[in-house]
Ligand binder design. Structure first.
Ligand code: GAP
Length: 431
């Protein structure tokens, strides 16, 4: 984990947030390469869940919603963690994470546990009184329920269908940590898939395996992925069943995504609290009912961390140690890097021309500093899957070498075939 954190800082994937002011506990900023990686993760999810299907549409809703939303959803009353304070060192802990009756830091006496609501509170407008209290959303899910009627009326969707969203959520976590794993501000990728009651269990099974497959197809090792069903005592108040997709992080098996059968809880509650009819009329069955919901809810930051950790490797090439990020080409920040072998004989100009042409198709890098070996190492370390080298022969016959990051093998091909070749290789699913 420490190696991944160091690499992230050193190569511009993730920086400590507000660093020049000493940082702000567990707030993190994505740097130039991190932002590309995370965008690729979100893009891969969106393609799989929204644009790649004909039964799911997207949404991008406001972060601050009407406060009644959180009454209806149950978050105001129940989105809490038990909190204890140490009377000695004043540190705070989640009661369920402290083993005994004493402070794990200083051995001091702990207060009785009290419930702490995890929602961030703010005020809408200039008046800071209770009538103007609002919350930053702790999950993106609720706006999909609140917009259920709008989507139904403005599309020609029939059950089963889904509404999906990628967006920021906020939770005032008592114990954030493990780098990108648990922060107070994070991005979720959530799908609310509405189905006929009675067909919910088959869709729950479908989404469980579909979601596990997605991580594996993007290169995560299968033996580091598992599905863990929630026990009865773990289930959220709205869920009939829930399973977590877990990844074997260096700090142990932990949740990447939760897939829940939310029944008709949310639509029923929002109907009740808003006074608006959120039922669905099933023309085939000639009946009206509240659809059930299967919800695969993933974290963009957590999956980015899992992709990074899983891709990190150290090996040896021609007797030299290297760090390599074996990221799936679709996720890699740069798809290729272009190098002139020598900084003379017109090679830099030719390499630049290839770089400029490729940039119209993919994010690519250009590097002419240092030995070719060092340049390969620099790109291996940030996961660039392909290296293109312009050499003496390029100047004669227009061919370049194409090097594969993982196998470190090279082929020669005509420079005008590069786009086609790279495109084919980037789209290849991981085996
Ligand atoms: N709508 C259901 C829901 O929000 P959740 O299990 O609380 O379910 C879904 O959250 C996903 O959001 C988690 O599996 C995780 O990937 C991500 N997530 C939740 N809290 C997070 C945090 N504090 N930091 C980073 N990611 C978080």
């Amino acid at each position: 984990m420490e190696k991944v954190v160091n690499l992230c800082k050193r190569r511009g994937f993730v920086y400590p947030g507000s660093e020049i002011y000493g940082g702000l506990g567990s707030s993190l900023d994505y740097g130039p390469l991190g932002v590309e990686l995370k965008r690729n993760v979100k893009e891969a999810w969106w393609r799989e869940i929204v644009t790649g299907r004909d039964d799911v549409v997207g949404l991008d809703a406001a972060i601050i919603m009407h406060p009644r939303v959180w009454e209806a959803s149950g978050h105001l009353a129940g989105f809490t963690d038990p909190l204890v304070d140490c009377k000695g060192c004043k540190q705070r802990f989640r009661a369920d994470q402290v083993a005994g009756p004493r402070c794990p830091e200083c051995g001091g006496e702990l207060t009785e546990a009290r419930q702490f609501n995890l929602m961030f509170k703010t005020f809408v407008g200039p008046v800071e009184d209770t009538a103007h209290v609002a919350f930053l959303r702790p999950e993106t899910a609720q706006s999909m329920f609140v917009n259920f009627r709008n989507v139904l009326e403005t599309s020609r969707l029939k059950l089963p269908f889904g509404i999906a969203q990628i967006g920021r959520s906020f939770r005032n976590e008592i114990t954030p940590g493990n780098f990108l794993f648990r922060t107070r501000e994070f991005e979720q990728m959530e799908l609310e898939f509405f189905v006929r009651p009675g067909e919910d269990e088959q869709w729950y099974d479908y989404w469980r395996s579909a979601r596990l497959e997605w991580y594996a197809r993007l290169g995560i090792k299968r033996d580091r992925l598992r599905l863990r069903p929630h026990g009865r005592d773990e289930l959220a108040h709205y869920a009939k069943a829930c399973v977590d997709v877990e990844y074997a992080f260096p700090f142990g098996w932990s949740e990447l995504e939760g897939i829940a059968n939310r029944t008709d809880f949310d639509l029923r509650r929002h109907s009740e609290y808003s006074g608006k009819d959120l039922t669905y009329f099933d023309e085939e069955r000639r009946e009206r009912y509240f659809p059930y919901v299967i919800e695969p809810a993933a974290g963009a930051d957590r999956s980015t961390l899992a992709f990074l950790v899983d891709a990190y490797d150290e090996d040896e090439v021609e007797g030299e140690a290297r760090i390599v990020l074996r990221l799936h080409p679709r996720l890699a920040p740069y798809k290729a890097a272009v190098f002139p072998l020598l900084r003379k004989d017109g090679q830099p100009e030719r390499a630049r021309r290839i770089y400029d042409a490729l940039r119209g198709h993919f994010p690519v890098d250009y590097d002419q500093a240092g030995s070719i070996g060092r340049r390969y190492r620099r790109q291996d370390e940030v996961g660039t899957p392909f290296g293109i080298t312009v050499d003496h022969d390029t100047m004669k016959d227009g061919t370049v070498t194409l090097r594969d990051r993982d196998a470190t093998t090279q082929i020669r091909l005509a420079e005008d075939r590069l786009v086609e070749e790279l495109r084919a290789r980037i789209e290849t699913p991981a085996t």
